[in-house]
Write a protein of this length. Structure first.
Length: 387
């Protein structure tokens, strides 16, 4: 077995596509004007931004004026949660927030901040596949509910929530609906005429674009106050000089994703299915596939049984890394210690099992040959960590 360098952590960040970099370079070297300036340098930057806005809006069937550029996925989620919740409270008096226990930390921690500011917070449980129950959501809604935020595709398990139906359920209840589409954007179709959300969040570096740029779709007429002040950029909703090169790169990444979406989907589906079959061959009982029936092929999560394996996610990830494979456990790193995922734990998986959870995530550049090498390494790793 010859060591290979394989990147299976695309859900964390993708490699920058060479064509994206090519489009960005002129705005880093030649067209460096501030888009708010009236001279030719500024006008050149402004035109580039608005052309990019049109590309991204068209990709999800939105109006260009409904797209707001921000610094990345975290701000793209913070903006609607804080901006919409506070504005709606001031206008209607309602302060109830409903989210799921499987949200990304940038949603969970923002919701907790709202709770500290006298908002009422209601957490929805998730099932063994990390999915939110439509019935539980309906039961959680009341006259005080102001905003619901449910993740579209879970970044750890690939679970796909029925956000179109969730939005439909609350459409006539005068409740705002937001979804975190950071993982799904550019990988599966999103059409705002079908997904009738008031706000949708996405970012560039999950689709081979640059880091440091994201966007939020805010439906026309939806209330959303700014959370960053000090400038009139983004139609007075997001202060700060625009990152022109990154915005241009974002639009180019969207074009590439749109052109290759079907091919990339099929490629990742083949890789995911191949690895699942391989895991079943290595240990069909001691290694559990999380959310095995997910239709989203870009992420694969699996968990080693704590009764059969000496689970240590840091040691397991280091073993993979030493053999040239980049993966993750899907959890945040706190104080240098990898913690079991809150999503995995909320699925009802015991702590000792959760410590042995690995997340693989795939991109257009990955191959079946890489998957075959990974399975060779995984087989050796399973032998090494077996009790």
């Amino acid at each position: 077995m010859k060591k290979q360098d394989i990147y299976f952590d695309n859900a964390a960040s993708n490699p920058l596509h060479p064509l994206v970099l090519e489009k960005m370079l002129p705005y880093l070297k030649e067209y460096y004007g501030n888009a708010s300036s009236v001279h030719s340098y500024g006008r050149k930057a402004r035109v580039a931004i608005e052309e990019a806005r049109e590309v991204i809006a068209g990709f999800i069937n939105a109006k260009p004026g409904e797209i707001y550029f921000v610094s990345g996925g975290t701000e793209a989620n913070n903006f609607p949660l804080l901006g919409m919740a506070k504005t709606n409270k001031s206008e209607t008096g309602k302060n109830g927030i409903v989210i799921s226990k499987a949200e990304h930390q940038c949603i969970l921690q923002t919701a907790e901040e709202l709770k500290n500011e006298s908002f009422s917070l209601n957490y929805l449980s998730i099932d063994e596949n990390s999915l939110v129950s439509r019935q539980e959501l309906q039961n959680a809604l009341n006259e005080n509910t102001s905003l619901v935020s449910i993740i579209h595709v879970n970044n750890e398990t690939a679970a796909v929530n029925e956000v179109e139906l969730f939005a439909k359920d609350i459409k006539d209840k005068d409740i705002l609906f937001h979804t975190d589409a950071v993982q799904s954007f550019g990988k599966i179709k999103i059409d705002v005429s079908d997904l009738k959300a008031d706000a949708i969040s996405f970012t560039a570096h999950k689709i081979n674009g640059p880091k440091g740029i994201g966007a939020t779709y805010i439906r026309t007429g939806a209330p959303a106050a700014p959370i960053i002040f000090g400038g009139s950029q983004e139609r007075n909703r997001r202060g700060g000089t625009e990152n022109v090169a990154a915005i241009v790169g974002f639009a180019e990444a969207v074009k590439l994703a749109s052109a290759k979406m079907d091919d990339t989907f099929v490629n990742c589906e083949k890789i995911r299915n191949f690895i699942i079959d391989g895991i079943h061959s290595i240990d069909p009982k001691g290694i559990k596939i999380n959310c095995p029936d997910s239709p989203f092929p870009y992420i694969l999560s699996f968990t080693f049984s704590g009764k059969e394996y000496n689970n240590d996610s840091e040691a397991m990830l280091m073993y993979l890394d030493l053999n040239g494979i980049a993966a993750s456990n899907g959890a945040a790193c706190s104080s240098g210690t990898l913690k079991p995922s809150h999503v995995i734990l909320n699925m009802g998986i015991p702590l000792e099992d959760a410590k042995g959870t690995i997340r693989l995530s795939f991109g257009y550049q990955n191959t079946i040959e890489e998957a075959g090498y990974f399975l060779e390494v995984l087989d050796l790793m399973a032998r090494k960590f077996r009790l």
